[in-house]
Design a protein around this ligand. Structure first.
Ligand code: C5P
Length: 399
């Protein structure tokens, strides 16, 4: 889910860090919009590092992208924590004088606010009236907790614990646009054994594939993760653990007839070792009479292309998504991507430039999403954000 976290200028602003961390760890794409006063309490750098997204609260930068409209329209949920009395007043009155308020006036997404202030301010009739106005308009206001306040005083007005805020925000607004759909997502990298100890592998960490699987799950889909050399988890409806391309192909074949969408994020080896050794190869024996050995590599099947052919033969409506890791950017990347979209025969192709160690293992990605129907979408940011953009494209293909 794409979540905007608004942070306003109260002492509890530091607690937003924990909220942001919990949301990103749960696989959500988080964009933080602090107010100018919030930045007196907490730095933009901290917010950027935790959200894996840029933080630029200035309404007057990137004016050509009309960012408050884009942010408001793209959000699935907006959470403002902490929300000060001043913020509640400006929101209730529609005073859109900064990026956060502008975004809030654009968005049609559900909005949750978590106020925090001194007891007298919370109980003041103007605050209570503002809260009532916002609630009448559908904003969910979390009642502050009772406890120790900034000074020596005690009472209602404390920001609830970050865990409670996250739970409240997510529980109130489950997204179910993909209910009834079954996503089969491959993630990770295959390993082709040379002997029982060594293998030929690749640098794929599985992070992008897992982010896609999480996003599909968050939107209500049933998700089967085909995990190539990844850790076990209970996050998805099913997880099939595989090591080699042959095992990955068998897992795809076993799930394909029930899939609504097949997302082939895994980095699959194009070759395997012919006659892999049953026993560990021993250095002394290998190099007794020679200083080099030869390993013969044999072609692996193209799993995605085979799956696309099988689905066509079955008259299936399953949407297929391929990935292309290239060592090129710009126009060259687009050219490779167009070519791969056609050669694989899939509906959607996600291309990225992996030169200079970018992407593999990183928290962010910079991609070009192409569809057979002619759409081209650039998606850049956290892997959760790229997953959300891709899921939007998949949803429109499904529609
Ligand atoms: O041709 P290339 O390896 O760049 O294609 C990448 C896409 O094809 C990915 O979606 C990957 O999962 C898939 N693939 C495959 N079988 C292979 C190699 C790649 O399905 N043998």
């Amino acid at each position: 889910m794409r979540i905007i976290v608004g942070v306003t200028g109260g002492i509890a602003a530091y607690k937003a860090t924990s909220i942001i961390r919990q949301l990103t760890e749960a696989g959500h794409s988080v964009k933080v919009i602090p107010t100018a006063n919030a930045l007196r309490f907490i730095g933009a750098t901290t917010l950027e590092a935790l959200s894996h997204n840029t933080v630029d609260p200035d309404l007057y930068t990137d004016v050509d992208s009309v960012k408050h409209v884009a942010l408001g329209q793209e959000a699935d949920l907006v959470l403002v924590a902490p929300a000060t009395a001043a913020f509640l007043g400006r929101y209730a009155a529609g005073i859109a004088d900064d990026l956060l308020l502008n975004t809030l006036l654009v968005t049609k997404a559900p909005v949750v606010v978590a106020p925090a202030m001194h007891t007298e301010m919370w109980n003041h009739p103007s605050t209570q009236e503002n809260v009532a106005t916002l609630e009448e308009r559908g904003v969910r206001v979390m009642v502050p907790a009772e406890g120790r306040l900034t000074g020596a005083d005690y009472g209602i007005g404390r920001l609830p614990e970050p865990e409670e805020i996250v739970k409240f925000a997510l529980a109130n607004y489950p997204v179910s646009s993909l209910a009834g759909k079954h996503f089969v997502v491959t993630a990770g990298g295959t390993q082709e054994p040379i002997d029982p100890v060594r293998f030929i592998g690749n640098h794929s960490s599985g992070k992008q594939g897992i982010a896609i699987a999480r996003e599909a799950k968050a939107r209500g889909a049933r998700v089967t993760l085909i995990a190539a050399n990844l850790e076990d988890s209970n996050e998805f409806d099913a997880q099939l653990n595989v090591h080699t391309a042959a095992e990955l192909q068998a897992a795809v074949a076993a799930t394909l007839s029930e899939a609504t969408v097949l997302v082939m994020t895994a980095a699959v080896s194009d070759f395997k070792v012919a006659n892999g050794a049953e026993q560990k190869l021993k250095r002394a024996e290998l190099f007794a009479e020679q200083s080099s050995i030869q390993i013969t590599l044999e072609q692996n099947p193209d799993i995605l292309a085979d799956a696309v052919a099988q689905l066509a033969a079955d008259n299936s409506k399953c949407i297929t998504v391929g990935f292309a890791a290239e060592t090129a950017g710009g126009e060259a990347l687009e050219k490779f991507a167009q070519h791969k979209l056609a050669s694989k025969g899939c509906h959607i192709l996600v291309a990225n430039d992996v030169s200079n160690g970018a992407v593999f293992g990183a928290e962010t990605n910079d991609t070009l999403i192409l569809t057979k129907s002619g759409r081209a979408v650039s998606a850049k940011g956290s892997k959760a954000l790229v997953a959300a953009e891709l899921l939007d494209v998949i949803e429109s293909e499904l529609a």
